[in-house]
Design a binder for this molecule. Sequence first.
Ligand SMILES: Cc1cc2nc3c(=O)[nH]c(=O)nc-3n(C[C@H](O)[C@H](O)[C@H](O)COP(=O)(O)OP(=O)(O)OC[C@H]3O[C@@H](n4cnc5c(N)ncnc54)[C@H](O)[C@@H]3O)c2cc1C
Ligand code: FES
Length: 356
Amino acid sequence: MLPLAPAMFWQSPWLKPLNDTTAWNTLLQGINATWSLTEVRARVLRTVQECREVVSVYLKPNRLFKGFTPGQHLMLTLPCKGVLQSRSFSLSQAPESGGVLRLTIKLKADGMVSRAVAKLKRGAVVILSQAGGEFTHANPEAGVLLLSAGSGITPMVAMLQAWAKHESRPDVLMIHSCRNESDWILRQDLQTLVHQWPQLKIRPVFTAAEGRLDPERLQALAPDFALRDTLLCGPEDFMEWIAAFYREQGLSRQLKQEHFQARRTEIRPDATRYQVFSADGRAVFDTRNGQSLLEAAEASGLNPVYGCRRGICKTCTCRKLGGTVRNQLTETLSGSGEEWIQLCVSTPVSDLHLEL
Ligand SMILES: Cc1cc2nc3c(=O)[nH]c(=O)nc-3n(C[C@H](O)[C@H](O)[C@H](O)COP(=O)(O)OP(=O)(O)OC[C@H]3O[C@@H](n4cnc5c(N)ncnc54)[C@H](O)[C@@H]3O)c2cc1C
Ligand code: FES
């Protein structure tokens, strides 16, 4: 018998168990739940109640985690009622030498993942993605304006902590909007930062007492806003008026935004209705032009898996067997044949066949 070439040797069916990463992962996780050949798995070190309905979870990832730039986010996956669910969360503290990560999470009323995080015990193991996202500003040269509201403060704190370590710190003004002082997420971290970095300017806006931030207040608090690179993160209505204000001022190019919530979709009452069929030809649900397929499926009682609801994580990816959709992020039309689409950012422009 001829000797096998090395590559062929390893691909031999006799050695399949040795080439099966799933089998290896199961074996490794039997020894230590964070060990894996392929997955970033992280151990929960502790959870901390930050304020009403907000918890921070401190995680120690395995060696597969490649690090992050402050401002970036990752996907956290954990079992919720027996099914693995994933959601995006920003890293809320700057990278530190021990490699510990912190996520600071607002507990949503029916939030599957946020509520499960609040119940995590020390030692539990969760799955993480690598970090990603463009909401970063590693080396600011001009002045910076941070505009945040509610949980939108999380990526900002990570950036501030990183800048505080710079030899020449940037000129930063932060305006943070929240209901009142006790709802101010990560306030303690900011107090520590101001102590180390007295030039850091932080202007809270407590909406319960002072009303909402508006263009006049913004200009009064940051008269030189037009000269500053601006980073914006908060609820959609907060972000919408600020983005519109920057557009009016011709300053959109200096505004960087991170959206935590799904895109708001406006469905006109006269929007054309389309039907979605499953692979076996059954009509599964109705959808209207303008509505994302994810929203339409949920409205009809289905529960497709999702993560970010903004076209970032690809958790909602689904095989389209036929029909045309418009990608709401890129405004491009798909082909009419088979391809992968993301349900959260695809709206139909014809009847569809999906592999649901
Ligand atoms: C890049 C990025 C970074 C983020 N960083 C953070 C962070 O640092 N901290 C933080 O607290 N959050 C952050 N978020 C937001 C977080 O991912 C969401 O709030 C997530 O939905 C929470 O998951 P959950 O399972 O608790 O709630 P879910 O179970 O997803 O949702 C709770 C309820 O709201 C409903 N719902 C969810 N989305 C919608 C929608 N778009 N329209 C209508 N109803 C909806 C659900 O049906 C459910 O009833 C981030 C999001 C993104 C995209
Ligand atoms: S849910 Fe993240 S891409 Fe659709």
